[in-house]
Design a protein around this ligand. Structure first.
Ligand code: WQD
Length: 338
C-alpha cells in the first residue's frame, strides 16, 4: 500500500518519507522540484539503501494526479506541496492562492474519484497569529491571518472541514506545525533553502559556515525574557513521526472526520537562546547583530501538544541540542557535496 506524499522531496516531506518507510509504509513522492532538488532523492536512497519512487510534476495537474491514482494502490495522502515563504506570499498573493489552494482542490477531487479517504494536511501554528495566552491549544481561536501564506493554511483547513463533512467518508488530520528545525542524523538530507534563507536555523548554519557574513536578529526589544522572539522549535524527525502517528489514527477510523493537532514540543525557546545553544553544541561562533524587528513576526508562540499525545500517542522526544547538532552536520555535508 502506497502513501502519496505530495511535496515529498521537500524538507518535511523527505523526512516524513523516511518515517513512513520505517513504519512499514511505501512512500510515493510527488514533487515539481520548485523548492527542492533531486539530490534529496539520492540522500533518501542512501539512507534507505533502496530506491524511492518520485513522480516529477505539479500537484495541481489533474491529468497527472489521475494517472498516479490509477497506477498505484494509494491508502492515504500526506499533502505538503505548497509555497511557504511568508514574505513572498505578500508580494505574490495570486500565485500563492492558485498554487496552495488549487493544489488542494485538485487533490481532493481526484481522491474522491478514486475512493481514497485518508488525508493528512500540512497546516501551521501561523493560524494562531499573536495568541492572547500561551501555550496555544487546538481550541485557541484562529486569528485573521497576518500573511497570505497563513491564510492559505486557514482556508485550506476550512475547505477540508467542509468537504469531509459533506463527503461522509473523507477523514482529515490537519497538523499545525510549529517551527521545524534540524535534519536527519545521517546528515544526508535536511533543510535546503533556495537563495537567502527566510528561517532562523538555516541562516544560523550558513553564517556559522562562513557563507553569510553575519546573522541579523530581528529585534531584541520584545516583551520576552531576553527581548528576542520565542518559538516552539521541533526536530524535523519528531515532526515526521507525527505524520505516521496521524495516518495510523485515520486508518483505524470509518465515516468522515476532521481533526486538528498542534505538533510542537510544548517548550518555547528564544532566538538568542537558539544562537547560544547552537554555539555551545557545535563549538562554533555565530557572528550576529541586533537589527530591526521583522514585520509580521509574533512575539511568542508555543504549543500545548497534549492532544496529539492523548489521541495519536505521539510526543516530541528529541532535544534542541540534537536538532542543532543535526542541522550543523547537514550544513557541513552540504558543503562537502556542493
Ligand atoms: C523564527 C524567529 C524571526 C531569521 C515561519 C512561518 C511558519 C513556518 C516556519 C513554513 C523569528 C527570527 C529569523 C533571521 C531572525 N513556515 N529570525 N533572523 O517566522 O516563526 O515561522 O516559518 O512552514 O508557518 O510563519 O520562522 O525561522 O522565519 O523565524 O531573527 O535571519 O527567528 O524574527 O522571531 P517563523 P522563522
Amino acid at each position: 500500500m502506497h502513501i502519496l506524499v505530495t511535496g515529498g522531496a521537500g524538507f518535511i516531506g523527505s523526512h516524513t518519507a523516511l518515517a513512513l518507510q520505517a513504519a512499514g509504509y511505501t512512500p510515493l513522492l510527488l514533487d515539481d522540484f520548485s523548492n527542492s532538488n533531486e539530490g534529496v532523492l539520492k540522500g533518501l536512497e542512501t539512507i534507505l539503501n533502496e530506491k524511492v519512487t518520485c513522480i516529477q510534476g505539479n500537484c495541481g495537474d489533474l491529468t497527472l494526479l489521475r494517472d498516479v491514482f490509477k497506477t498505484y494502490s494509494i491508502a492515504g495522502v500526506i499533502h505538503f506541496a505548497a509555497f511557504k515563504a511568508v514574505g513572498e506570499s505578500m508580494e505574490k498573493p495570486l500565485q500563492y492562492y492558485e498554487n496552495n489552494i488549487g493544489n488542494l482542490l485538485a487533490l481532493l477531487r481526484v481522491m474522491q474519484e478514486y475512493g481514497v479517504h485518508n488525508l493528512i494536511f500540512s497546516s501551521s501554528c501561523t493560524v494562531y497569529g499573536e495568541p492572547d495566552s500561551l501555550p496555544v491549544t487546538e481550541e485557541t481561536p484562529v486569528k485573521p491571518a497576518t500573511s497570505v501564506y497563513g491564510n492559505t493554511k486557514q482556508v485550506g483547513e476550512e475547505i477540508l472541514r467542509d468537504v469531509a463533512r459533506a463527503s461522509g467518508q473523507l477523514r482529515v488530520c490537519a497538523l499545525r506545525y510549529f517551527n521545524p528545525v534540524g535534519a536527519h542524523p545521517s546528515g544526508l538530507i535536511g533543510e535546503l533553502p533556495l537563495g537567502v534563507p527566510n528561517n532562523l536555523v538555516p541562516f544560523i548554519t550558513q553564517t556559522a559556515a562562513g557563507l553569510r557574513p553575519e546573522l541579523v536578529v530581528f529585534g531584541d526589544d520584545y516583551p520576552t525574557l531576553d527581548g528576542s522572539c520565542v518559538r516552539d522549535f521541533i526536530h524535523v524527525m519528531d515532526l515526521a513521526e507525527a505524520h505516521v502517528a496521524a495516518l495510523a489514527n485515520l486508518q483505524k477510523r470509518s465515516g468522515y472526520s476532521f481533526e486538528v493537532f498542534n505538533i510542537g514540543t510544548g517548550e518555547g525557546s528564544s532566538v538568542l537562546e537558539m544562537i547560544a545553544l547552537f554555539e555551545k553544541v557545535n563549538g562554533i561562533k555565530v557572528p550576529y547583530r541586533i537589527g530591526a524587528r521583522r514585520p509580521g513576526d509574533v512575539v511568542a508562540v508555543y504549543a500545548d501538544a497534549r492532544l496529539a499525545e492523548r489521541e495519536l500517542g505521539w510526543k516530541a522526544r528529541r532535544s534542541m541540542e540534537e536538532a542543532l547538532r543535526d542541522a550543523w552536520k547537514w550544513q557541513l555535508n552540504l558543503q562537502s557535496i556542493a
